[in-house]
Design a protein around this ligand. Sequence first.
Ligand code: FM0
Length: 325
Amino acid sequence: MKATAKAHTNIALIKYWGKRDEEKILPMNNSLSLTLDGFYTTTTVTFKEELEEDSFVLNEQVVTGEAFNRVTNFLNLIRQLAGKSDLYANVYSLNAVPTAAGFASSASGFAALAAAATRAIGLNVNEQELSKITRQGSGSACRSIYGGFSEWVKGEETDGSDSYAVPIVPADYWDVRVAAVVLNAEEKGISSRVGMKRTVDTSVFYQGWLDSVSNDLQAIKIGIQERDFEKVGQIAEANCLKMHATTLGANPPFTYWQDTTLNIMQTVQKMRETGIPVYFTIDAGPNVKVLYLPEHEELVEQTLKQADGVTDVILSRAGGGIAYL
Ligand code: FM0
């Protein structure tokens, strides 16, 4: 009863920001992301009759506390689906997501865990079902089942049965690249989970966010189909700015940006003024991701590396979906 799976992380171009159900992890809005080749998690799950509890080893370290509880609660869900409530597992994970890059390693982590655990326990699920299961570990992770561009359709049902990701185009459809700019910045104080809840509950700008997402989504999907980089980049950058604007209207207000974050945003905008099509996006932390095309890779990398406050720039191509090893 053992299986190994690999999943890549993803970067949202239309952000998931806000839940309508905290427990089932049901979102307020659809979101859309690009799966990234350079950042992934490989997880082996071994269910054994003789185990009396789960264990979780990440990058050769035994994990306890809240991070362990999230894994064991997620395994409870899979045990329940399989009808094997007293079967425990050893979970062994390796993250090829530099934590400092500010990528939610939870996206690749829960996608790999869901794939390995369902297979190890003998559950026969298709990709749509796997995406639904993965969603209940971490929302953004449900998009990592697919490679290339994928969309998380929010669904309408209260039981979450119609809330899962769908593929838009595979990784080889379009060679769009992403530079992860690692900044000399402090760890984020407010997790995405806490930040989005505070925003939904209190931000006077939240309704404006919700009202604008479907237009962004419709337009970016056309841009992707047409391989129109400027269109996709503009929409992604504007959508990111709108998401971050909602945090300033929350009570108490907060922001994920630091001075170095703004510096990179301006560096990107200045490159654009010189005719290089580059666009930024930012998740719930200070680090910046920059979208660019292969022909500008060298220039983008050099420019970002020279900017103030940058400790590293990690380049990635579009990546594939779940793989079983
Ligand atoms: O990825 O509470 O998935 O669409 O990264 O585990 O469901 O960590 F910018 C923020 C990710 C949110 C946007 O939230 O939350 C995106 C974000 P969970 P996640």
